[in-house]
Design a protein around this ligand. Structure first.
Ligand SMILES: NC(=O)c1ccc[n+]([C@@H]2O[C@H](COP(=O)([O-])OP(=O)(O)OC[C@H]3O[C@@H](n4cnc5c(N)ncnc54)[C@H](O)[C@@H]3O)[C@@H](O)[C@H]2O)c1
Length: 340
């Protein structure tokens, strides 16, 4: 079976390709490399080059899409491609609505016209905004507090309407904090700029700076720092495979949204403590003000995906940090200067 993957050269996309191939799928990637890395798809191609074909282009380019479906019979789609920097989305909302919403509408229109179904969408915990209740379940109010979260919610709503009107089958996966790296050590997290805690600090350790900047230590939590639910990127990747299998194997399957997190929260200070343990380095911690729009606590309820899709989580926070450290210590400059 062939799966069309938009954004396959990105962090989560490249990990998911490995999981798809490991589970017997062939993969067709569209990526314009605006934030992804050719080195990531190259690394995966070396791993299984018969099963992956990469197209350099925009996922809303109808000519490219036409060409792809002439060459490949597509059985399902995973739509990762998006802009995803929360701060930037507040400063440049149109850039976000254009790429994440307007282009996604063109893409969905093309899929509908071509009779392609079984769609897995990269959504986000950002659709919940600040929730009073933790863990957050899927029935919790959807109140994004930034433009990025809004773009994800708009697409979820469009998918709901398409299901009702055309029977378009989809699953939206609402990721909490993705982190970690594949055990191969060949691919890992390399965003620019990097806004995520674990890669920021591990990069600093890998370059000998050993610095950790903490945004806010006056939250209503035990140690005053924000609590998040981290999920290993390989658990996340497998959830996409399972979602696709569910859609493909059950023609009458119900569309829906599922949270992906461990139902366990770690404060920033908890994470820094684990980083010190795993890397053996003492961190120089610097406290600064809260980042706008950062809620105190975000922890997922994961009962729904366990019950309805039979998903089982394999990893924990120590696996996340060790695998990420394996990647960053061997790639202190990310993909650009591997093995520096
Ligand atoms: N990383 C996280 O913790 C997290 C959490 C929640 C949701 N998400 C969502 O998961 C998805 C993947 O996130 P990531 O961290 O891997 O991001 P990423 O930036 O590493 O990957 C996104 C990929 O999409 C590509 N892309 C963007 N716009 C494109 C376009 N118009 N045409 C073709 N390719 C395009 C980029 O080049 C990149 O390879 C995103 O939709 C993001 O919003 C990520």
């Amino acid at each position: 079976m062939n799966i069309l993957v938009t954004g396959g050269a990105g962090y989560i996309g490249s990990h998911t390709i490995i999981s798809l191939i490991d589970n017997g799928f062939s993969v067709i990637v569209i990526d314009n490399f605006c934030s992804g890395h050719i080195e990531a798809t190259d690394a995966v191609s070396k791993y299984e080059n018969e099963k992956i074909k990469v197209y350099d282009g925009d996922f809303s380019d109808a000519g490219l899409l036409d060409d792809i479906i002439k060459r490949h019979n597509i059985n399902g789609v995973i739509h990762f491609a998006a802009h995803s920097l929360v701060g930037e989305s507040m400063d440049e909302p149109l850039k976000y609505y254009k790429n994440n919403v307007a282009k996604t509408i063109l893409f969905l229109e093309f899929l509908k016209k071509s009779g392609i179904n079984n769609f897995v969408f990269s959504s986000s915990a950002a659709v919940y905004g600040t929730s009073d209740k933790n863990p957050i379940d899927e029935a919790s109010p959807l109140n994004p507090i930034n433009a990025y979260g809004n773009t994800k919610l708009v697409v979820e709503n469009i998918l709901g309407s398409m299901d009702r009107a055309y029977g378009f089958k989809y699953i939206s996966l609402r990721y909490f904090n993705a982190a970690g790296a594949n055990k191969s050590g060949q691919i890992g997290e390399d965003h620019n700029p990097e806004t995520h805690l674990i890669p920021r600090v591990l990069k600093s350790v890998a370059t000998g700076e050993n610095k950790a900047v903490v945004f806010g230590n006056d939250y209503p939590t035990d140690d005053g720092t924000a609590i998040r639910d981290y999920i290993h990127v390989d658990d996340l990747s497998y959830a996409h495979v399972l979602s696709l299998k569910f859609l493909i194997e059950n023609e009458k399957s119900k569309s829906g949204a599922y949270n992906l997190g461990y139902e366990k929260g770690y404060s920033v200070m908890d994470v820094l403590g684990k980083i010190e343990e795993i890397t053996g380095k003492k961190l120089k911690v610097e406290f600064t003000g809260r980042r706008e729009g950062d809620p105190a606590i975000l922890v997922a309820s994961h009962e729904k995906i366990k019950k309805e899709l039979g998903f089982e989580f394999k990893y924990n926070i120590c696996d996340i940090i060790s695998s990420a450290w394996n990647w960053h210590s061997n790639h202190p400059n990310g993909f650009s200067k591997a093995q520096a």
